[in-house]
Design a protein around this ligand. Structure first.
Ligand SMILES: [Zn+2]
Length: 77
């Protein structure tokens, strides 16, 4: 059963509502019917995190380890 987050536009009361066929859409605080459905904070946060830190290359030539033998020498060792 889907659980949605709503906010009452009359008294600004935020609450979660388990939506079923028999669910009455009203504010539990003031019984108002002007409810505003809230967006999932989780989903919005995930979308905004495009281009996170890329994973470091595994193995292969090094080139950035500062090994005195030159780039790639550390993997030979
Ligand atoms: Zn209310």
């Amino acid at each position: 059963m889907p659980l949605y987050e709503y906010r009452c536009q009359d008294c600004d009361h935020g609450f979660e509502l388990l939506v079923r066929e028999s669910t009455t859409f009203e504010c539990p605080a003031c019984r108002g019917a002007r409810l505003e459905k809230q967006l999932s904070v989780f989903a919005v946060g995930a979308e905004g995190r495009s281009g996170g830190r890329a994973p470091m290359a595994m193995g292969g030539g090094c080139g950035s380890c500062g090994h005195p033998g030159g780039p790639g020498s550390c993997s030979v060792n």
